[in-house]
Design a protein around this ligand. Structure first.
Ligand SMILES: [Zn+2]
Ligand SMILES: [Zn+2]
Length: 281
């Protein structure tokens, strides 16, 4: 049976603003989308008017495209050893969140960071310090830590590391703090969502709490369980497979969340994947 409230979308460019991205989402069968807050490889930030937040807010209800999951540039490192790298990441986060107050109530996802040899404990403390000191108040955006695959020295490769960040932030962050679960990343990190989805979600609930889970990145993986690689595959073309990803989409603990595809696709490929997944609901 169709679930009309299922929120399924994909990563889209907002180079022409969020309103046109929402129109594009709607045209390909998506009712949510993810987009970068700025060019992920750096460069000048777009003037706020060109994000077309007002136009999006005025038209989102008619289009039925919400929420927007904003993704921080993946080049930021909130666990960096070098002062200037850390400062740049923190300044960018603060600036992104200030700008998002013009589009209130959305989600903002970031990769926690890489400890670059300082050790995960130091990385966790630096990430938590960022969230304690660099989030502007008030902040209506829900901030999400993404689950990571554990390539290199990434922090957030286990549910315990995410819990440790959340605990170290305590109640010192003015924004709601949650988690975005990436199916490719947790698979690559060693969580067997193919053979034991219930067990993985029970573990997430025990360690982090399912109440913290606010979004899902629905990706297949080019690599086997526990590979610590982070190479996304198209839906059904990787080691996770279509059936397991459909079970994620339909799971009663998850089906109320926004799902975003970050598979190696152009827009027409996303349209086909959304249709394929919706046909399996
Ligand atoms: Zn992701
Ligand atoms: Zn990834």
């Amino acid at each position: 049976m169709k679930k009309p409230n299922l929120r399924l979308g994909c990563h889209l460019s907002s180079a022409d603003g969020c309103f046109l991205a929402a129109v594009q989402a709607n045209s390909i069968g998506a009712n949510t989308f993810q987009t970068f807050t700025r060019n992920p490889r750096g460069g000048a930030v777009k003037p706020i008017e060109e994000m077309e937040f007002d136009e999006y807010l005025a038209g989102a209800a008619d289009l039925d495209v919400s929420p927007i999951l904003f993704h921080a540039p993946y080049t930021l490192n909130f666990a960096a050893a070098r002062e200037e790298v850390l400062r740049f990441a923190r300044d960018t986060l603060r600036d992104d969140l200030l700008r998002l107050e013009r589009c209130p109530g959305q989600l903002y996802n970031f990769h926690p960071g890489s400890h670059v040899g300082q050790g995960p404990e130091r990385g966790i403390e630096l990430i938590a310090e960022t969230l304690r000191t660099c989030v502007p108040a008030p902040c209506s955006t829900t901030i999400l830590l993404e689950t990571m695959s554990g390539k290199g020295s990434e922090v957030g490769r286990t549910f315990e590391e995410l819990r440790a960040i959340i605990d170290a932030v305590g109640d010192a962050c003015p924004a709601p703090l949650g988690v975005c679960l990436d199916t490719c990343h947790i698979w690559d990190a060693g969580y067997d969502i193919v053979n034991d989805l219930d067990g993985v979600l029970e573990e997430f609930d025990r360690v982090v709490g399912l109440g913290r889970l606010k979004a899902v990145h629905l990706n297949d993986s080019m690599n086997p369980l526990g590979a610590h690689k982070d190479r996304h595959a198209k839906i059904g073309e990787g080691h996770i497979g279509l059936d397991a990803l459909v079970r994620v989409l339909k799971h009663s603990s998850l089906s109320h969340l926004p799902f975003e595809l970050e598979t190696p696709n152009e827009v027409d490929g996303y349209q086909r994947e959304i249709a394929l997944l919706r046909s399996r609901l």
